[in-house]
Ligand binder design. Structure first.
Ligand code: MN
Ligand code: MN
Length: 496
């Protein structure tokens, strides 16, 4: 007979033994940690648990081996990294979320036109991994504010949360129409897409600038400085604005009419000596924002002589007249405070990439990058560190956003030139080239990192071309990257 006390004591000791054993056996997640292994070796595990543990280890090893044999990813040569762009443009068949050995056909509802535009989202290259925040926004999805005289639509953190440093606006004005006299707390950089415009600005020193601009030209208005914009060409025009704050909203600027209509009339009259009440009778009682107007006569430059003079450096820049730097695979024009001194907070590059060519792998140490695509089809992979990488497709009217220091390239995957703008915060354009980094590091260091031979090392270029490098299409040199036919298996592209 076991006494009740002895029974209880046995039960307790059993629990103690089991509890003791649990930490060494249960934490499967720490199996790979050296600490976990050492701890397990030292513990006084009962023999049956040790056997179970050994069996578990063997099963784990066998599962890993079998997965590895099915999906070999040890070398880059096993990874399908194609863009499915060409295949997705084949209107004879539906786009499928399959790239290389991964994926499966879609049997649910599909938005086929969007899938065709975004093959690298629907069937990403296998090099994509983990999570990179959404970095693409088509202006086509922006709410459009329709006004008498034009329209405006915007991209900011409300629609693209990752874009914290810059926001964009796309605006259209009919001939003679105005973007109302206004100001705002962010700096404004503009690129004219179509037509001509007259802009006018007054700064805190009482200096002014009244200038005419055409397609491809720029203006830069420092934060807080009041300005107006009028379309002066037949058929009107369209432009792009970039602000150095991602939370900027075009609906939250400070407008002249809004200000005037919210100050007591008595104060208004007092503020402008000599004015009488009736002078404000025809002032609008609500904001104008975008409204129709009459364009100035061709020979009327509307200059107003300021006793303080003109702004020290012009707030506008004839970027269209700057000569592009011709590069192998395309061309580039860089604008920053070195050639447009007034532009202290924004700098940019206007880039053209020939079909098959690409903007080399690089990153920007000082700023996020805000892209706007003017023509062509491009793909960008953003490498965000810690195994995270994501690829996007872009076409005319799309905005791309790349966080500071994230690695990327811009590849022309279409058959026509890609033209786009890269916009950055800060007074100076800068980038770091991956190729240049490898070329100027001791070869032994690079060889031991990447398994390169001496012959491979010799191919690296030590010269950095005017801070900007494009890589030409090297099809002709035996690069099979764009050879679609050789990778089609039963109508599906495959690496196998
Ligand atoms: Mn403005
Ligand atoms: Mn870049």
């Amino acid at each position: 007979m076991i006494s009740r006390l002895a029974y209880l004591s046995l039960l307790l000791s059993t629990i103690v033994v089991l509890t003791d054993a649990i930490p060494a056996f249960v934490p499967v997640k720490s199996e790979r940690s050296p600490y976990g292994l050492a701890q397990r070796r030292q513990s006084k595990t009962p023999k049956n648990l040790a056997r179970a543990q050994q069996k578990f280890d063997e099963q784990l090893a066998s599962t890993i081996a079998s997965v590895a044999s099915k999906y070999p990813v040890d070398y880059l040569s096993n990874v399908s990294d194609y863009s499915m762009w060409e295949e997705f443009q084949d209107t004879g068949k539906l786009p499928e979320p399959i790239n290389g050995k991964t994926g499966a056909t879609s049997i649910g509802p599909e938005n086929v036109p969007l899938d065709r535009q975004n093959p690298d989202t629907y069937a990403p290259p296998n090099t994509d991994s983990g999570t990179v925040p959404q970095g693409k926004w088509p202006f086509s999805l922006s709410h459009n504010r329709l006004q008498n005289g034009g329209w405006a639509r915007q991209q900011n953190v409300d629609v693209l949360p990752v874009a914290t440093a810059m926001a964009g606006v796309n605006m259209r004005l009919e001939e003679g129409a105005y973007r109302e006299m206004h100001w705002h707390s962010t700096s404004e950089w503009a690129y004219i897409l179509n037509g001509t415009f007259r802009v006018a600005l007054v700064n805190s020193a009482g200096q002014n600038d009244i200038s005419d601009l055409g397609p491809g030209d720029l203006w830069f208005f420092e934060s807080g400085l009041p300005h107006s914009i009028q379309s002066t060409s037949k058929g009107g025009g369209e432009f792009l604005l970039v602000f150095d704050d991602g939370s900027f909203s075009e609906d939250n600027t400070l407008l002249l009419s809004d200000f005037i209509s919210h100050v007591p009339r008595e104060v208004l009259v007092k503020n402008f000596p000599g004015f009488v009440n009736a002078d404000f009778d025809k002032a609008p009682n609500s904001e104008l924002y975008i409204f129709p107007g009459t364009a100035p006569a061709a020979n009327d430059s509307q200059q107003v002589a300021s006793p303080q003079g003109k702004t020290n450096s012009s707030v506008t820049y004839k970027f269209s007249e700057q000569e592009a730097t011709q590069l192998n695979g395309g061309s580039v024009k860089i604008v920053d405070s070195s050639n447009f001194p007034a532009s202290t907070a924004i700098c940019a590059a206007e880039v053209t990439i020939e079909p098959g060519a690409m903007r080399e792998l690089h990153w920007h140490p000082l700023s996020d990058e805000w892209d706007y695509f003017i023509s062509g089809h491009a793909r960008i992979t953003v490498f965000a560190g810690n195994t995270n990488a994501r690829t996007y497709d872009f076409q005319a009217g799309d905005v791309g956003y790349l966080t500071k220091s994230n690695g990327h390239y811009i590849e022309n995957i279409g058959t026509t030139p890609v033209k786009y703008l890269e916009v950055f915060t800060g007074p100076k354009y800068s980038d770091v080239s991956l190729s240049n980094w490898l070329a100027l590091t001791p070869p032994a260091v690079v060889k031991q990192h990447l398994g390169f031979t001496d012959a491979t090392i010799d191919k690296l270029d030590r010269f950095k071309t005017k801070n900007y490098t494009l890589v030409p299409d090297n099809h002709a040199q035996g690069n099979q990257k764009r050879d679609l036919a050789s990778h089609l298996v039963a109508g599906k592209r495959s690496w196998a």
